[in-house]
Design a protein around this ligand. Sequence first.
Ligand code: GLA
Ligand code: ZN
Length: 683
Amino acid sequence: MTTPETDKIAYGGDYNPEQWPEPVWDEDHRLFRAARIDTLTVGVFSWALTQPAEDTYDFTVLDRILDRAAAEDRRVCLATGTAALPPWLARAHPEVNRTDFEGRRHRYGQRHNFCPGSPAYRRLSAALADRLAERYAAHPALLAWHINNEYGGACYCDRCAAAFRVWLRERYGALDALNDAWCTAFWSHRYTNWEEIEAPSALTEHWRGPDHTAFQGITLDYHRFTTDALLGCFLGEKEAIRAHDPDTPVTTNFMGAYRPLDYHRWAPHLDFASWDSYPPLDAPPTRAALGHDLMRGLKDGAPFWLMEQTPSTTACREVNPLRRPGELRLATWQAVAHGADAALYFQLRASRGACEKYHGAVIGHAGREDTRVFREVADLGRELAELGPATLGARTPARTALLFDWDSWWALELSDGPSRLVRYQDVVHTYYRAARAAGADVDVVAVTADLTPYDVVIAPVLHMVKGDLAPRLEAVAARGGTVLTTFLSGRVDEHDNAFLTDVPGPLAGLLGVRVDEWDARPAGTANPVVLGTGDEALHTEARLVFEIVLPRGAEPVGTYRADFYAGTPAVTRHPVGASGGEGWYVATALDQPGVDWVVRRVLARHGLVGPYADHLSVETAARTAPDGTRLLFLLNHAPEPVSVTAHTTAVDLLTGKRAERGETLTLDPYGVRVLRPEQGRAH
Ligand code: GLA
Ligand code: ZN
């Protein structure tokens, strides 16, 4: 089962009309029509409404909302509404409230607040999903199921600790294996009874917040356990839905690169991926793009849904800037360019009160349509309607993979030494950004993904190397591909125990290097690095961590210029086998120009530098439709126009205009082109 079937990009968003009087619904639908809004995400926070007491369900209002949607020819993404508890539930079953990292048992309040191990929560959330599915499985408006909302966080109650012990028994079988995995010979931690194991929290192994643990092994396993515990909640609801509805696709809205949950462990259980994109508004556009590509990678490249984005402004941040004119359109086309088959907002009409009353909405408190935001939303709605089905089901023909690994992320950021300043996401983003700037389409995939479709595999801070990953990376190079990895890779096994070999452990053969020592310096201290020689040399800088590399078959590509390791390699390449494959190693946190230089050289080896790579503000992204038609998106992220030379003769699907190869194409400020090259070929 896959992404819901629609005849155009689904357009709409979160719609909570139970929060306002019914006469306003007429106005809602009139405005939806004006904006070509066809998809409504309904019921995300409706638990207290649909189940006012433990033994009472009341679907009167929800019936009316769905019937009305159907009558207006709109489709509904129906949420189970289990992400915010009703007060009666918390009062009747206080165990549903979470216990936080500090050990405080919470009382009723907020949302996303349930203990994943609470039997009452499991029972009642599945029961609600069951009732909803029974009632609406055959409803003509139903398009997709949206379970819960932004699962996240963790609970440290005694019940969760007990469930953790059960999970550990299943994972390790015997305490000896657990003691070995957690290295409990250190600091006298040898467990002799499962009951001795506590949840790792501020009261136990942690001395300064969630990242400072005395034992990485237990904390790492608690992250994995929490991922599975919340997934168990999702599966309980999904099973209840499936009992009534075998067909309608099921999703839950993720949050992109969200550290607490390993979405790769969830991915097989979703019919399609969806996520909420709220990039900080000063972030480079590659931040959102990385989120899109990571989400697309969850389901083997199948299209995902952009479940939420703000049409204008967020509310939860200290300062909540507006999206500038044109930015919403650009962000939406960017999502489509990266594989979104839906563009949905949070939210369609603003709530009157509570903490999100100032959150941006398609329709504001005054209910007007003559606002800038409504006009931009409506213009985009028209454009998406005119485009029709051209992008639906299209896939990204990427030959570059970037490995993204929650275990490596956790292990790296839970570790003492060498530097707390190295942030996994930042390093990953630097490499992703470099590849995107060079014009390469990138699949962001799990370390377990099939690597055979790729010429280039980039694995930044691949801290943990598990299973057969090392031989699979070697195979990429053996058939002529290039593998690029960085400092702090190949350090630990799946339990976060160091490999008892030279660094970089199982990657040493592929990379042809040995690392005995590593230096770390404050963020303000740079070591100059020279990359390459002669005309193509780049003088750049590196920071944070400086590994001292002894080449063992690799050749230096760049060298440090300062400190006692001046003149030693900072970047190396290692020819592998007879097919021209290579293993590249970047031993330090190069600045962005340095990473750009390295990544571009690697991509160039395989002809993967795109035709518009020299236009800094222009992002390109390719998609191939199910009928083989290739589409090339050109996105101008600058507030000024930019002119490029068309690399192929193509029709712009947004304007219907044809441009000859070699002709000058001018993109407006924040402008977008969706080019369909003639003969269906982009290159
Ligand atoms: C999240 C939630 C929504 C809403 C928005 C506000 O994505 O899913 O319910 O709170 O944030 O930005
Ligand atoms: Zn709990």
